[in-house]
Design a protein around this ligand. Structure first.
Ligand SMILES: [Zn+2]
Ligand SMILES: [Zn+2]
Length: 553
């Protein structure tokens, strides 16, 4: 009888983002990724969303280390927050650690961790964990699938992956090793990326984007070219650079993270741009536009990003206009479509020609589609399967794929954030749950709770009414007011009658309270809120926030 292995999912199962899981063996915890999620329109004023770290805080002394599978923010971006409270070493590929290091350093937390590089194919013991790092292809270089050789058998976590047979750097997913593990000793449990589980077929190779880019660069002869992509997508940056160099252009980067990542990748020998073909963005204006290529951040339409400012005509370094070709070499991630469309529209309005993934094949996904997911399942031949990394619909579809591939229905677990799963001699089962709600981070205020967010949504959707009234502390008689101040509900100067009626309702409510001998201020506030809320709802069918201020005269 071997001891069971526990898996606890803190994020990423039910949403794209904030990936974070724990694997527990011999009482020790290995953290597998610690990511963040970007907010959607339902989260006004929120900068980012983190996993709930309660479980990790409560078990801080048992945390052995964290493995980051690759350098994307949805896998590494939470570390600069978690390290405020906890301290542990972090393992990953050199590039993954390089990308993560920037953020941790900016947060001033480097001294709370040790960054330990692991190499492709390496197998090493970390505490009680016997780990192996298998190269996979993805939209950031040097990602890993992670294998845990445990007393309960091999647990394989795919990481974010696709099966690109012609990747830009020639580093392909090590399918032979995965196949070997599936054969001997066999894979007991597979956890695999579900992002594109609904997409039939096979992803296109990253190198196919290079061909399209070279063609577009040829067509744009004589014009200035501005491109945008993810700053961590080093292979895309390389392909843009290659097209630019072949076209006789000089390259400038725009945006802080682009400049940092290009410098890091060049220093590590992962990105090849000759020194004399890289120029400072400040010098671009003095060059022949036909001989320039700018590589910018902001492919997701982020409001303050270089590209969004360009589209608004407010970028300090670049004025976009007639004669410019803008290539958006990315796809809007769900939730960002609106802002991306606005940026595209703004660029067109300025006279630029915009090429995006809707009109040319300037982007490919980094996540495996159905045929690739099936290939992984057929090679690993797992006994048990848990789909990870996706919204519930993606997890669900991936679970069905696994069953189609021969994993028995009761061996597939559809786990969600907060679930604790145990792998034992008996099999796999749910054993517990832990807190897993969203932790909202507002850059200035700090952590904001559900209450604050609910208030912000009400204010945004319905507006606010403040009612100020002074009453006699003994009799409850209204002495001054009520005065009504409103924002975002009705335009006050044109609604004098309505506001008059509203004041009357407040007076009536307070008079009734006085008659009944109710003079406690909290009670009066509640009664005012109720009476006014009812009136506003009946008359205007709105539910603005009502803030009663009851004062002692
Ligand atoms: Zn991811
Ligand atoms: Zn990723």
């Amino acid at each position: 009888m071997a001891d069971p292995i526990r898996l606890t999912f803190l994020g990423g199962l039910g949403e794209i983002g904030r990936n974070c899981a724990c694997i527990e063996q011999d009482g020790r915890i290995m953290l597998l990724d610690c990511g963040l999620m970007f907010p959607d329109a339902e989260m006004p004023g929120v900068d980012l969303v983190l996993p709930d770290f309660t479980y990790l805080r409560e078990n801080a002394d048992r945390i052995e280390a964290c493995i980051i599978t690759h350098g994307h923010e949805d896998h590494a971006g939470g570390l600069s927050f978690l390290l405020r409270d906890l301290s542990f070493p972090i393992y990953g590929s050199a590039l993954t650690l390089g990308l993560a290091r920037n953020r941790i350093d900016e947060a001033g937390l480097l001294k709370r961790t040790e960054l330990i590089e692991v190499a492709d194919g390496e197998r090493r013991r970390i505490g009680p964990f016997d780990c192996e790092f298998i190269p996979v292809t993805h939209s950031v270089p040097h990602g890993f699938a992670t294998v845990f050789h445990t007393p309960q058998g091999v647990i394989m976590h795919s990481g974010d992956f696709k099966l690109d047979l012609t990747p830009v750097d020639g580093r392909i997913t090590d399918l032979s090793r995965i196949g070997a593990l599936g054969h001997d000793p066999g894979v007991r449990l597979l956890l695999s990326d579900s992002t594109n589980a609904e997409e039939p077929g096979h992803t296109r190779s990253e190198s196919s984007v290079g061909k399209v880019l070279r063609e577009l660069f040829r067509e744009a002869e004589g014009k200035r070219i501005i491109t945008a992509c993810f700053a961590s997508h080093i292979h895309r940056i390389q392909q843009i650079a290659d097209a630019a160099l072949a076209n006789g252009r000089t390259i400038a980067t725009l945006g802080r993270s682009m400049a940092k990542n290009v410098a890091l990748a060049r220093q590590m020998g992962l990105l090849h741009i000759p020194d004399d073909r890289l120029v400072d963005i400040e010098k671009v204006d003095s060059l022949d536009p036909a001989k320039v290529c700018v590589i910018s951040t902001g492919s997701q339409g982020e409001p303050m990003s270089a590209l969004a400012l360009m589209a608004a005509g407010e970028n300090k370094w670049l004025k976009v206009g007639e004669g410019d070709v803008v290539i958006l070499s990315a796809h809007a991630i769900p939730g960002n479509e609106y802002t991306v469309n606005k940026v595209i529209d703004g660029l067109f309005r300025l006279g630029a020609e915009v090429v995006h993934s809707g009109v040319a094949a300037v982007h490919v996904t980094g996540h495996a589609m159905q045929e690739e997911l099936k290939t992984l399942l057929s090679l690993a031949k797992p006994q048990h399967f848990i789909p990870v990394h996706g919204e519930f619909r993606h997890l669900n579809r991936h679970a069905r794929l696994a069953m189609e591939m021969g994993v028995k229905q009761f061996d597939v677990l559809l786990a969600e954030d907060g679930d604790v799963v145990e792998l034992s001699d008996k099999g796999i089962e749910f054993v517990d749950t832990v807190p897993s709600g969203y932790l909202y981070v507002d850059g200035i205020v700090g952590d904001v709770g559900h209450g604050v967010l609910r208030d912000r949504r009400v204010l945004a959707d319905e507006g606010v009414i403040v009612v100020v009234v002074a009453v006699d502390v003994n009799s409850g008689e209204v002495l001054t007011g009520p005065e009504i101040i409103t924002r975002g509900w009705v335009h006050a100067p044109e609604a004098e009658d309505l506001l008059g009626e509203a004041r009357q309702k407040v007076v009536e409510a307070l008079e009734k309270a006085a008659d009944e001998g109710k003079t406690d201020f909290e009670t009066l506030k509640r009664l005012v809120r109720q009476a006014l809320g009812k009136f506003v709802s009946e008359r205007t069918k709105r539910r603005p926030m009502i803030v009663p201020v009851v004062m002692e005269a």
